[in-house]
Design a protein around this ligand. Structure first.
Ligand SMILES: [Zn+2]
Ligand SMILES: [Zn+2]
Ligand SMILES: [Zn+2]
Length: 201
């Protein structure tokens, strides 16, 4: 168990006089649906007997839902924001060294769907027209009519990013990809993300 911080709330209606702030809680918690172990910032026991633990990374778990541990195996994923904040706030003296901290800022993750998916301007149709090359990742996928009456287009189907996925713009990632006729791929901000194809000799 580790000492917990007070469950400070900015809303008066949130906790009545029957709610009891907990001073101690488990070191690591996770529900069955969570991939990583999280850390507990504060806890409250309600008069119904139900306990809720608030996590350092936001969110909360209820006592009938979570698994808890005092130590996790070295290869278990631990939520980096949780562990960093818990240790940084002095919840325990020992640092997170030796734990596999994980934090994926959403903007920096590789997308699950290629940014060229379903975009006509990023589809290079290859005659006779049922297959196209994705200009974002260079993979070949079927081309279909899609979009319905208000946005009709022939575009490459949804696919996972291929190995040739273009290096993203450092500012706008893959949001504004603009192919140009010379074969280059640019971001709308003007940065060249993929050089033009070398001219055939
Ligand atoms: Zn967390
Ligand atoms: Zn693609
Ligand atoms: Zn850009």
């Amino acid at each position: 168990m580790v000492p917990l911080f007070p469950p400070v709330s900015s809303s008066v209606g949130m906790y009545g006089p029957d709610a009891e702030p907990l001073t101690e809680g488990p070191r690591f918690v996770k529900t069955e649906r969570m991939r990583r172990w999280h850390r507990v910032r504060s806890g409250v026991r309600y008069c119904t007997g139900r306990t809720v633990y608030h996590l350092w990374c936001q969110g909360a778990v209820f006592d009938d839902q979570f698994l808890s541990k005092e130590a996790v195996p070295a290869d278990a994923e631990v939520c980096g924001p949780c562990d960093g904040r818990a240790v940084g706030a002095g919840q325990e003296p020992e640092g997170p060294a030796g734990r596999l901290l994980v934090f994926n800022p959403r903007d920096n993750e590789l997308p699950g769907t290629c940014p060229g998916s379903r975009k006509e301007r990023l589809t290079l149709a290859i005659p006779p027209g049922t297959v196209g090359q994705c200009l974002a990742c260079l993979d070949l996928h079927p081309v279909r009519a899609m979009g319905g009456p208000y946005d009709p287009r022939n575009a490459i189907t949804r696919h996972a990013p291929g190995a040739g996925l273009v290096t993203p713009c450092p500012f706008h990632r893959w949001k504004y990809l603009e192919p140009s006729p010379d074969g280059a791929l640019r971001c709308s901000c003007g940065r060249t993300l993929r050089e033009p194809a070398p001219a055939a000799a």
